[in-house]
Design a protein around this ligand. Structure first.
Ligand code: 13P
Length: 285
C-alpha cells in the first residue's frame, strides 16, 4: 500500500528500528525492493533522486513506482530523494509521490529554512511528507549521487541546537543529518559521531535520516539506529550488487538482455533483505 513517510517513520522512531530507503532507477530495482519488503514483511521507502533523472526521467519512474507501491502487500513510501530544485519537488508531488526531500543544504541557513518551509507547506497540502537536510552529507569520489567531496567533513556536521531551530521553523517531517557518512563507496572506513546523533535526537522531535549507507558495518547501522536514526538510505550497494549479478550471469554472447533480468532482480532483493534484517524492520509492516 502507498503511504507517506510519517506512517512508517513515526512507528520506527518509537520502536527504535530503521526503515531503509532504496532508490529504484529502473523497474528491476523496484521489483527487487518490493519483493524483499514483502518477503520480510517490512515497510520500505523507495524512490529516485534528481541526479538520476538522466537515466530515467521522473515522470517515467512514477509510471512504475506508484502502481507498484499501491499493489504491494506492505507499506511503501514513494519518495523523491535529493530534490535539488523546486521544479522537481513540485513535479514529484503532482505525479503522486508521497514524500520528497528538498535538499537546500548547500545554501545559507536562512535560505535553507525559507525554501524548505515553503516546500513543506506545499507538500503537506498534497498529504505528502518532507525531509530537509541540515549540515551537509558529502560524496565519496566517484559517487553516483554527485561529486561534493569535502576536505574536512566534520566542518559540515549538523549542529544539534541549530537542528532544533530548523525543524521548528520549517515544519519538516524528517531531518537528514551529517554525522560522518558520505554517499558512494568509502575509501577509508567512515567514523560516525554517535553522540551527535543521540544529542540531535534529544533536541529535535522528528525522525532522523542517515544518508550514505553503503559500506557501513552492521554494527555502525545498529548503533546509529540505537542512537536515534529512523531512516537509512542505501543505493551504491544495491547498484553494484546488480551489476555483479549481471556479470556472473553473462556467460556468452548467445545471451540477451532479458536473460540477465531474473538474476538482477534477485540480487537487489537479497541485498535489500540483508539490510532490512540489520535495520530491524522485518515483521514491522
Ligand atoms: P549510498 O549510495 O552511499 O548508499 O547513499 C545513498 C543515499 O544516501 C541516497 O540519498
Amino acid at each position: 500500500m502507498l503511504v507517506n513517510m510519517n506512517e512508517v517513520l513515526l512507528p520506527a522512531q518509537k520502536g527504535k528500528y530503521g526503515v531503509g530507503m532504496f532508490n529504484a532507477v529502473n523497474l528491476e530495482m523496484a521489483r527487487g525492493i518490493i519483493a524483499a519488503a514483502e518477503k520480510a514483511n517490512s515497510p520500505v521507502i523507495m524512490g529516485t533522486a534528481e541526479v538520476f533523472f538522466s537515466y530515467c526521467p521522473l515522470e517515467e519512474a512514477a509510471y512504475y513506482l506508484i502502481p507498484m507501491a499501491k499493489k504491494a502487500k506492505v507499506p511503501v513510501v514513494i519518495h523523491l530523494d535529493h530534490g535539488m530544485t523546486e521544479e522537481a519537488c513540485v513535479q514529484a508531488l503532482e505525479l503522486g509521490f508521497t514524500s520528497i526531500m528538498y535538499d537546500c543544504s548547500l545554501e545559507s541557513y536562512d535560505v535553507n529554512v525559507r525554501k524548505v518551509k515553503e516546500m513543506a507547506k506545499l507538500a503537506h497540502s498534497f498529504g505528502a511528507t518532507v525531509e530537509g537536510e541540515l549540515g551537509h552529507v558529502g560524496d565519496n569520489e566517484g559517487s553516483y549521487e554527485g561529486e561534493h567531496g569535502m576536505e574536512d567533513p566534520s566542518a559540515f556536521f549538523t549542529d544539534p541546537e541549530v537542528a532544533k531551530d530548523f525543524v521548528h521553523q520549517t515544519g519538516i517531517d524528517a531531518l537528514a543529518i551529517a554525522v560522518g557518512t558520505a554517499h558512494g563507496a568509502y575509501k577509508r572506513p567512515p567514523k560516525l559521531d554517535f553522540d551527535r546523533i543521540e544529542t540531535i535526537s534529544k533536541t529535535t522531535s522528528v525522525p532522523l535520516v542517515l544518508h550514505g549507507g553503503s559500506g557501513l558495518s552492521d554494527s555502525d547501522f545498529q548503533q546509529a539506529i540505537y542512537s536515534g536514526i529512523s531512516k537509512v538510505n542505501v543505493f551504491t550497494e544495491i547498484n553494484t550488487a546488480a551489476v555483479e549479478a549481471m556479470f556472473r550471469q553473462f556467460t556468452s554472447f548467445n545471451k540477451g538482455m532479458i536473460d540477465l533480468i531474473p538474476a538482477t532482480v534477485e540480487s537487489i532483493k537479497e541485498k535489500v533483505l540483508e539490510k532490512m534484517e540489520v535495520f530491524g524492520s522485518c515483521n514491522r509492516a
